[in-house]
Design a protein. Sequence first.
Length: 594
Amino acid sequence: MPRVTVHQEDNVLEIDAKEGSLLLDVLLENSVYIEAPCGKKGICGKCRVRVEQDKKPYLKNITREEEKLLMRSDIESGIRLSCRVQVFEDLDVFLSYSQQSSRILSNLYINKFKVDSDIIIKKVVLEKPALDDQRSYFARLKSSIGIEDLKISHDVLKKLANLRDEEFFAVIYNNEVMDITKSENLFGLAIDIGTTTVVCYLVDLKSGIVLDFYSFVNPQKKFGADVISRIEFASQEDGLFALQRKIIKGINQAIEALTGRLSISKDEIYKVVAVGNTTMLHLLLGVEPVSLAVSPFVPVFAEKMEEKAKLLGFNTNKNAILKLPDCISAYVGADIVAGILTTNMHRSSRVSLLLDLGTNGEMVLGSKDFMVASSAAAGPAFEGVNITCGMNASTGAIDSIRIEDGKIEFTTIGGAPPKGICGSGIIMAVAFMLEEGIIDETGRFCEDARLKYKDNFGQINGQMAFFITDSVYITQKDIREIQLAKAAIRAGIETMLQKANVCQEDIEMVYLSGGFGNYISPWAAVRIGMIPGKLKDRIKPAGNTAGNGAILLLLSKKLERELEKLKEKVKYIELSSSPEFNQLFVENMVFEQD
């Protein structure tokens, strides 16, 4: 059995690997994190590691994918794609740095509402029994609470027996006693499950105050960066179980961290509301999602779901409830409905546009009078995937850049040395490259710019590239990826405008949300043509509208009922079958400025 020795900073891990197994699988199965957003297809080039055998670069069986994605000098130094290396002999694998913390959107968009939780807690002191009053303690509990048809489970009855002669608190949901406890704490958890990132908010259900939050990279990401990759993985043997297990484990780690920081008990969490796109919610419940990826794109469920959180493995109170709000369609999920609630656009007479831009591109156009929604297949380029030097928004990623008069200035997340470029950085880079004439409206590099920026141009595997630093560069292919993504978003916006018979001038507010959307420069988004120029002064970063909406649903029965009606109001437009979208997509491939 071959042995893989992993060297990561000062740590060394020895792994016995099955002969012929993929190096990437060996690493992931042993909790060694490797960025692999394409799901082992060999097309993203992100899973690179340095491999040696007997202290020499490992050069056996170099694949075509590696020759295409890696520079010759890298290959000669032992850099390999771990998804293309099969393990047949002892290998030493060197990782340049450990997993870095990501910049995850957790800030909230303020929306006033009244706390009206469907879970209540009541202080109880039971009447003392007597010979002339031999009612059961449960009957006394019903009388004290004032609910005649009160229900109670076997495990809570045991607690009643122990606390019957003491002062205690009863936690009640839907005319059922969830718990009997000496603590008067009542907490809930609001979860935004994004394709790339997850944010968990711990909330006081009595006051409505968000006490703390915990964010992390979605651990399902190693099975694929986008929903289609994960749906494909879910169709494999035990794939669905692995995806479900990963997300629940991540949420439980968040619960452990939050309760530990606040010195509270996990048993005091009585309610969980989780939002996400339709695929993420299928995976959370362990429901086969394959029908979402094939025409006519029908989900197994789009209705709101309610389940005991413990049955799914959540480390909460045994009787805590988990609620998943309504989705609109296969590709417009509960996170977008939560975003509508957050922005109040469904109550306003003004026409608004909500753009949730992350790994996917969902959008809603409307007001209190009408509402249309769609999802543009923009791909994960905005998250740094399929970009040669792209990376997620983590330490060392170039997140803003200015290119002007022959000079390049940039910032990185955490102020660390640049390791790559994330979505907000690549959008700004392309916008300034257009301004400076480095690329033309078709996206091609301009000959004249090579004189002004002669030190920044070079060849990478036979392809022209513009260098930001010695190791971070933008290729012609990268620019094409951004063109495809921005054209999909812009064409989606214009298709919705046509279908709703609305003009750009009618839109009074554009809300930008999502892990990528909230951080992009509005100027850059307009300059590359992703957002119409007429809307330039109406763009407002809206924070984590999905997470904010989850908090609203956690705390308000009224808003939960409002959401149920809201779903019926929204008309979904399937862009993949829209002739208008296809035509507009082609027209918007160029970088024209309005």
